[in-house]
Design a protein around this ligand. Structure first.
Ligand code: GDP
Ligand code: ZN
Length: 459
């Protein structure tokens, strides 16, 4: 890819829409735009970023293809930093295809996936974290990830990384001065103060790395399993959380067959709920199968909702499930609160003293608000997102941060032990390199390609 190239693509989703926007970017875009466009009055000088009304005309067969609005945007103050023409045509498959074919017939090539954003990156307008945030912004289905993406687009993460790199460069230049002028009286910091600096950098890294706990939840959601013996009301509860009659509710134990996974949006957290349907097969070996399957599904879960039927005495199976839940972040849902209570809450408290309990009636839809509140407290530990907090939501960033921290730990040890400046500076250089992969400052072609290959065409 070179910026000598001019590329074009549909930037709005393909299909039927009020308008479709075709974007042309590169040095030939203005020339092409002027060649295709006709309006009732002669325009000799298109003003920057003004919308003009007219038609796209195919000279090859004297055919008017569509009625459009067109705008010419002069680089470098554009999305790609290049000259851009946008054609707002009717958003139908055929007009869009005809206009694109006409553009391609004039020697313009179709853009690759993510190429507009890649050009913005290569031309220095966005760093990789900002480009990745553009993609998140477009594809996210939850409010929280959108909010994080907006912050990242504004450059918050990029600034933090470049701040840390500046700090590392200071350490490095001090080390290099020591190496280059070992005997001279020069003004360099001693090893212990350099160690201080590295510790400070690691502290900031640690905060970023830790934020991925939250970030992962924001991006991927929380795997939640609903466990309990047959007929305690798991499917009913799932339906209520989903707000619709999705899972099959039945009075016959063991009738919900397949494991269902549904996503609900709880205060901006995607909750991926798995109903361990069919926990109990209709055989005699039931008990074991049930308990084993429950254990398996719990293993995968981030959080567990243990449902008990409070209108029945606590059974052995209940107790086993309660026992297993002790190792996981869980809540105990005391269902069927509308019926007379049969079991002793005291026993539940004894079996699971540290797990929060909430009384609900899935039938009467009571206690659900409280349950949802507890779930979100369980997930985020009652924490809310601070407005200026940087949250790492991208696994690529997380991995690089971890790797950086590893080499800096070694640098810190080296400084502590007064080993040679050479060895420490190798670590520091490596740290700089890896941090630079996050923003793209020192990212190889493979890293860059991987980022942009996830984009769609037209972005
Ligand atoms: P599952 O086998 O654990 O998925 O249980 P279901 O959700 O299929 O429910 C089993 C039976 O219990 C159904 O007849 C439900 O209507 C009933 N049930 C569920 N929740 C409640 C509740 O809170 N109160 C009462 N009275 N019945 C409920
Ligand atoms: Zn069920």
């Amino acid at each position: 890819m070179s910026s000598e190239d001019t590329v074009a693509a549909l930037s709005t989703p393909p299909g039927e829409g009020g308008i479709g926007i075709i974007r042309i970017s590169g040095p030939k875009s203005f020339e092409i735009g002027k060649k295709l466009f006709f309006s009732s009055r002669e325009i000799t000088n298109f003003k920057n970023r003004k919308l003009y009304h007219g038609y796209i005309f195919d000279r090859r067969n004297n055919k008017t293809l569509d009625e459009v609005l067109i705008t010419f945007m002069k680089g470098p103050y554009t999305y790609t930093c290049e000259d851009i023409v946008e054609i707002h045509c009717h958003g139908g498959m055929i007009p869009v295809r005809e206009i694109l074919q006409l553009i391609f017939s004039l020697g313009i090539r179709p853009s690759e996936p993510g190429e507009f954003t890649k050009r913005a990156f290569l031309n220095g307008r966005l760093d990789l974290t900002q480009a990745e945030a553009v993609m998140d912004l477009i594809s996210t289905k939850t409010q929280n990830l959108k909010d994080v993406a907006m912050k990242q687009i504004s450059g918050k993460l990029k600034e933090e990384i470049s701040h840390l790199r500046t700090e590392l460069i200071t350490v490095l230049s001090n080390l290099e001065a020591k190496i280059d002028f070992p005997d001279e009286e020069i003004d360099v910091e001693d090893m212990s103060s350099l160690k201080e600096r590295v510790s400070y950098i690691r502290k900031s890294l640690y905060e970023l790395i830790e934020s991925f706990n939250k970030g992962k939840i924001i991006r991927e959601g929380v795997k939640t399993v609903i466990v309990g013996r047959p007929n305690v009301g798991k499917s009913s509860l799932l339906n209520i959380l989903l707000g619709e009659e999705r899972a099959i509710v039945t009075e016959i134990p063991g009738t919900t067959r397949d494991t269902l996974e549904e996503v609900i949006n709880l205060d901006g957290i995607p909750l991926r709920i798995i109903d361990t349907a069919g926990i109990r097969e209709s055989t005699d070996k039931v008990e074991q199968i049930g308990v084993k399957r429950t254990r398996d599904s719990m293993e995968e879960a981030d959080i567990v909702l243990v449902v008990l039927d409070s209108s029945q005495e606590l059974k052995d199976e209940d107790k086993k499930i309660l026992n297993m839940a002790r190792d996981k972040p869980s809540l105990i849902v005391l269902n069927k609160a509308d019926l007379e209570k049969e079991f002793h809450e005291g026993t539940v408290n004894e079996l699971a003293p540290d797990i929060r309990k909430v009384k609900v009636s899935a039938l009467k839809k009571e206690g659900i608000d409280q349950l949802e509140k507890y779930i979100s407290e369980l997930v985020f530990g009652g924490e809310v997102m601070e407005t200026d907090e940087i949250v790492i939501t991208n696994e690529r960033h997380y991995n690089s941060l971890k790797k950086t921290d590893n080499v800096l730990a070694s640098a810190e040890n080296g400084l502590e032990a007064y080993i040679s400046e050479d060895l420490v500076s190798v670590d520091i250089k490596e740290g700089l390199e890896i941090l630079g992969e996050i923003t793209g400052e020192s990212a190889g072609e493979d890293v860059i390609d991987e980022v942009f290959n996830n984009f769609c065409i037209g972005k």
